[in-house]
Write a protein that binds this ligand. Structure first.
Ligand code: NDP
Length: 363
């Protein structure tokens, strides 16, 4: 019987290529959790996903109602998911140019390589349906709610199939100020999470988790730090009792995905070369998809509470991992990476958990 993976943001970039690797093994069914079903169908056809290997369900992470509806649909006895072997939180947005979430009108919403054009010119302010700043709302709060709502179904599935299912949220090296990508200001800093405890509503002037002044890149880094704090807290609270693997990972710098669609065009042009030839952190989206699919599926990633990263050796031609670092599947050597001081901080983990539960209305 095939296993089932649920992937948020499967309609582009890393999520799409992870889904592609899984469906092409023939062992996995992928539920593509996306905001645009037609785009997903077009992408699945373009990448030749085998018929019957995937289904598409709508979820807009800018709305907690949509997240709740999505989870209720997946776990319902009628028409729910056929299984819960892997839940992958991958979707994200990045607004490096955004100065104020409420004043955003004309943005640089360029399509990245391989993406369908996304035109948000003249769109409404980047505030979620629930009044949250969008980066933290989409990347962290919605996944926080979704993972909590799906966990019991994942546990039941594991017991019924005598397997250990996995729940994974994609992390980022940018959360860590001791790494180059995280060192460049602004750095992630969640402070005392007062923004969350005060309801995290843009209309109340709260746009950042630490309650500070809005900063687009920091909002992204903070949200990724929260993704990782959430996964490690879930590991500590539930992994043993529920027999679930909770992991995060950094795929490498996939410099050409639409994640950078809101950046200056010059940045979009130069960033891939910078990552390939200067930092060596570049990875192609295909290889990143292989990496993440392995974290979802392969026995060597069953251990819970890990932050997986990969030795790139990516200075070689076309940004491919150099031969000596590849394993038999062609993937650059994996290792358990170190997290930032903040992400290792147990008291902060408790604050993020409680503040997030409050903001999303979870008991
Ligand atoms: P993409 O922009 O290609 O993918 C992001 C996905 O999230 C898209 O499918 C997008 O949907 C989806 N998404 C955005 N907003 C919503 C929403 N409101 N509801 C539902 N889905 C939504 O970026 P990447 O593939 O690069 O990023 C994937 C993950 O990898 C992210 O978690 C990112 O933080 C992480 N990452 C990326 C790195 C990189 O270098 N690119 C490096 C490290 C981590 P749509 O297709 O409709 O736009």
């Amino acid at each position: 019987k095939k296993k089932t993976a649920i992937i948020t943001g499967a309609s582009s970039g890393l999520g799409l290529h992870t889904a592609k690797v899984l469906v092409k093994t023939g062992d996995w069914n992928v539920i593509c959790a996306v905001r645009d079903k037609a785009k997903m169908e077009a992408m699945a056809q373009a990448l030749e996903f085998p018929k019957g290997s995937y289904s598409i369900r709508e979820v807009d992470l800018r709305s907690l109602t949509s997240v709740r509806k999505f989870c209720a649909g997946l776990t319902s006895p009628l028409g729910g998911a056929p299984g819960f072997d892997c839940v992958l939180g991958n979707a994200a947005v990045y607004y490096p140019m955004l100065k104020d979430p409420q004043k955003f009108r004309l943005g640089f919403h360029m399509a990245g390589a391989g993406a369908l054009p996304v035109n948000r010119m003249g769109s409404e302010a980047l505030v979620t349906e629930d009044g949250f700043e969008e980066s933290v709302g989409v990347i962290h709060l919605s996944h926080f709610l979704m993972f909590n709502l799906l966990m019991d179904a994942v546990e039941r599935h594991g017991r019924a199939t005598k397997t250990k299912p996995r729940m994974i949220i994609v992390g980022s090296i940018t959360h860590n100020p001791t790494e180059l990508a995280g060192k460049i200001p602004p750095q992630a800093n969640l402070g005392d999470c007062s923004g969350l405890f005060n309801g995290f509503k843009v209309e109340d002037g709260i746009t950042m988790i630490d309650g500070g002044r809005f900063d687009g890149p920091k909002a992204y880094k903070d949200a990724k730090a929260c993704n990782m704090l959430t996964i490690f807290e879930m590991h500590r609270r539930f992994s043993k009792a529920k027999n679930i693997t909770f992991n995060t990972m950094y795929p490498g710098c996939i410099a050409e995905t639409p994640l950078f669609r809101n950046h200056y065009p010059a940045f979009q042009k130069l960033f891939p070369a910078f990552q390939k030839y200067i930092t060596g952190g570049y990875v192609s989206v295909e290889e990143a998809g292989e990496r993440l699919a392995s974290v979802c599926a392969d026995p060597e990633y069953e251990k819970s509470g890990c932050y997986w990263s990969f030795k790139g050796g990516v200075r070689g031609a076309n940004g491919a991992a150099s031969e000596q670092n590849r394993n038999e599947k062609g993937i650059g050597g994996k290792f358990e990476n170190r997290v930032s001081e903040e992400v290792a901080d147990l008291e902060l983990a408790r604050l993020v958990w409680e503040g997030s539960a409050l903001a999303v209305g979870l008991d």
